[in-house]
Design a protein around this ligand. Structure first.
Ligand code: THU
Length: 131
């Protein structure tokens, strides 16, 4: 699958987003080394702090299905002019499992920025930090 195809898959998730409060749908598609892809969308809650982001939805789907150390690429998309950068909580949760993860962070025009999670959060705290 090309980078653009993974981005387009993430865009299909916007219609699944549950966003009655922010009206800002976000979609994600997380790829594993064997080609398996876990998609996600943001799911909001009347108790705002209980909202889960699209990236973490995809991640917990993957981990709960037995994937842990084989993540390769993650596409994150939103209806924003700027790239839909992952929030701090999502960066931290992703760092736990895939500090070298490649990110494809898209704008509403479907163009995207490609970079690594390590570039987004240098000197991140993860499992190795507890050795
Ligand atoms: N959101 C995500 O899904 N991912 C991010 O990394 C940034 C924020 C969602 C959460 C909330 O539903 C909406 O975007 C506005 O913050």
């Amino acid at each position: 699958m090309t980078d653009q195809e993974l981005v387009e898959l993430a865009f299909t998730m916007l219609e699944r987003s549950y966003v009655p409060y922010s009206h800002f749908p976000v979609g994600a598609a997380l790829e594993c080394a064997d080609g398996t892809i876990f998609t996600g969308c943001n799911v909001e809650n009347a108790a705002f702090g209980s909202t889960i982001c699209a990236e973490r939805t995809a991640l917990v789907k993957a981990v709960s299905e037995g994937h842990r150390d084989d993540f390769t690429r993650l596409a994150v998309v939103g209806n924003s002019t700027e790239p839909c950068w992952p929030c701090g909580a999502c960066r931290q949760m992703l760092y736990e499992f895939a500090p070298e993860l490649t990110l494809l962070v898209a704008r509403k025009d479907h163009s995207f920025v490609k970079l690594t999670l390590g570039e987004l959060m240098p000197h991140g705290f993860g499992p190795k930090g507890m050795d």
